[in-house]
Each structure stands twice: as C-alpha cells, then as structure tokens.
Design a protein around this ligand. Structure first.
Ligand code: URA
Ligand code: ZN
Length: 390
C-alpha cells in the first residue's frame, strides 16, 4: 500500500463541525448570545447564528448545513472526502451552568455516537464508517472533576467517538489549571484525541472601530487565542506530565510555530521559568498534532519544518524538513463555516486547503507524504489504521 506508484488512501477531514439538533434547540431557546434567532430582512425571515463576543452585522446565516447529516455527507461527496471526524462547533457547553452542561454532554455524546454509528460505510475502505466524532466534556466553572471523569468513562464506551473537542477556558481558569490534571490523566489513559479549538479570540478593542465584518476575529483572534492557550499549557508542564496525551491544534496551532524560538528564548531568560520544563520549548511542537487548515502551501511547509525541528531537541536529532514534520499535519475543512459567497460546485475554502497540501515544498513530489497528510495520519492518530491496512 506504500508503493509510490499508486497509493490508495482515503481523504479524511479532522476539522468539520456540527450543531446537533438538540444543541441547535438549546441555542434557539436562548435570549442572549450564544443563540440562534429569527432575523427579518424586508419580507424574508431567516435564522442567524450569534455566538461571538460583540459579533458584527447580525451574526451569520445558519441553516441545515449545520445540523442535517445528509448535507454533511453531500459536502463530503462533492469534495472527495471519504471520512470525517465531526465535532460540535463552538462555544460547546461553555456558557451553561454545571448541571445543565453535564446532562447535555451526556445526551449530545449519545446523539453523536448514533450520528456516526448509523452513517454509511466508507466506500472502498472496508471496516470504516464515513463518520466518527469528537465528544464533549462539561468543562464549566463549578463542575465536579469527578463528573468530568465520568463523562470520559462514558465516551470510552462509545465506539465511534474517538476524541474530545474543547475550547480554551477549561473549568474557568484556562487549560493550564492544575485542577485539570486528573482530566488529562483520564484522557491520556482512554487514548482520546483532544481537539483544542478557539472561540473567544482576543480583546476586541484591539481590532479598532472600522466594520471589517468577521475578518479580524476569525483570521487573527481565533489563532491568537489558540497560541496563548497552548503556550500556557506548555508552560504549566502538562506536556511533561502527560507525554502520551495527543493534542490536535486548530488552524495549524495559530502563531505558535512562528513564535516558538522566541518563546524558547524568553523562557531561557526568565528566572521564574528557566528550569521549570524538561525540554526546550521547541521540543513540544513534536508532541503535538496540527490541522492543515492554513489555506496556503508556504505556511504549511513552514509549520511542517518547525514541527520537524522538534527532533533536534530530542536525543539523537533527526531530519529537519517538511516531509519529516508532515507526520503531524492533518487535512481539515472547517465545514460548514466559510461557505462560498456565490453558489459553486466546490468550496474554495476546501480546494485551497487541498491544493496547499499538494504543493508543499518537499511534499509536492512525494505522494506518500501527501497521502499521510490527506488521510493516513488521521487513521493512525485515531487508531483506525490497522482496520484497513493490515
Ligand atoms: N467560525 C466559528 O465560529 N467557528 C469555526 O470553527 C469557524 C468559523
Ligand atoms: Zn473550526
């Protein structure tokens, strides 16, 4: 199957969202953000999604592409995607009181298991379904940590749920909160993949007063939030204490790859942190996974080279080049966000991500590395590789 000439591999989307009907109903029942509301424009009434802090221009249009499974499958077919790892879209359960978050987590995880378990088989890849999922934890202030652990136990019993999606708030104090150690421990033991995804952005006063639509919060606020969250996680020693924890970062890890040597240098020059971590900060990039949702081949090449450089901070070193780092890059779409403004057969957001992977320097001439980023890395990460390739 690894023969150069003709690599048969699935295209696997690890970054694709859903608002399950139960979740959409929860948002419709609300009178403040996050919410789904009816919006009347002249004679036409449509539903809109209002979820971001200080959201501009009446939010965004929302429709069945967010909850109808047939629309997800149609989107996949249209873009040649064989398998999707579907996650609830932001802001998850973050805004709910602890008891409601706990109940809804349980129900939504069961619903997502059924959504995946009853999906069609992945054509041409026997033993695999078209849909798998990331579950939810009741990560909200005042929740008992034992309740979170129970939810992890429940997720372990759902065969099509292969990971957990979470934001950056933890149980109120962020992901570097020591109170989360039992949670990381349980997730690591359960071999669930953690997808860390932004929602809050950064203080919107930084974005000025001009109406730039959603551009600044989505293009910058989201990845800056991810950058801060994962940097705090590294500084707190979570990756030292839980070296087998598998974290998948949204949007190629924000600006972390770009800033990782500066981070390492700041750590080395600060008496409070200088000797806290087991490794140089750049080492930890080789412990993380990155989605390839970056829309440009130069950026992906750069991220991949930066991931590969982590090996230089391990005993023995290794190859520092884009193909070497590509083992930790995984194709994603962010569907159903970023739909085309004008009707089109294929979504530019998807086409750009596919083209970016295929033209990465050093990867462009190596079909086996493209196959890894496009699908095989995902099957390995989610422990599904052996089901097809044995
Ligand atoms: N906008 C969102 O609110 N979430 C995403 O995942 C992408 C765009
Ligand atoms: Zn997303």
């Amino acid at each position: 199957i690894t023969s150069m000439a003709n690599i048969r591999h699935p295209i696997v989307d690890v970054h694709t969202h859903v608002y399950l009907p139960r979740y959409a109903a929860e948002l419709r029942a609300r009178t403040s953000a996050p919410r789904i509301l009816n919006w009347t424009n002249g004679v036409k009434t449509e539903e809109r999604l209002l979820i971001l802090d200080g959201e501009p221009s009446g939010g965004r249009p929302i429709g069945p592409q967010y909850w109808d499974r047939d629309e997800k499958l149609e989107f996949m077919q249209r873009h040649g995607i064989n398998i999707s790892f579907v996650s609830s879209a932001n802001p998850w359960l973050d805004f709910l009181p602890a008891d409601r978050a706990q109940t809804l987590a349980h129900e939504l995880n069961d619903n997502l298991e059924e959504y995946c378990a009853t999906s069609p088989p992945a054509e041409g890849f026997s033993g695999l379904k078209t849909l798998y999922g990331f579950g939810l934890l009741p990560l909200v202030p005042n929740v008992e940590v034992s309740t979170i652990i129970q939810t992890i136990e429940h997720l372990k019993s759902l065969p099509h749920i292969r990971g957990i999606i979470m934001g950056t708030k933890g149980i109120g104090k962020g992901l570097d909160d020591n109170a989360l150690d039992p949670v990381w421990d349980a997730i690591q033991a359960a071999r669930l993949v953690v997808f860390i995804h932004p929602h809050y952005g950064v203080d919107s006063t930084a974005f000025g007063e001009n109406d730039n639509g959603h551009v600044l919060p989505l293009a910058l606020g989201f990845p800056f939030e991810t950058t801060i969250a994962i940097t705090r996680l590294i500084l707190s020693g979570v990756l030292d204490r839980f070296p087998d924890l598998r974290l998948l970062l949204a949007h190629s890890g924000g600006a972390l790859p770009q800033l990782s040597s500066r981070l390492a240098s700041c750590i080395q020059h600060d008496p409070i942190v200088a000797n806290r971590l087991k490794h140089d900060a750049r080492y930890y990039l080789g412990q993380l996974y990155f989605d390839a949702v970056a829309y440009g081949s130069e950026e992906l090449t750069f991220v991949s080279r930066t991931i590969s450089r982590a090996s230089a901070f391990k005993n023995g070193g290794g190859n520092i080049d884009a193909p070497a780092g590509s083992a930790r890059l995984l194709f994603g779409t962010d569907h159903p966000f970023f739909p085309p403004l004008e009707a089109s057969q294929k979504w530019p957001s998807v086409e750009n991500n596919l083209a970016a992977i295929r033209s990465m320097a050093g990867v462009d001439s190596k079909p086996e590395h493209q196959a890894n980023i496009l699908g095989l890395n995902a099957l390995r990460l989610f422990d599904l590789h052996d089901q097809v390739y044995t």
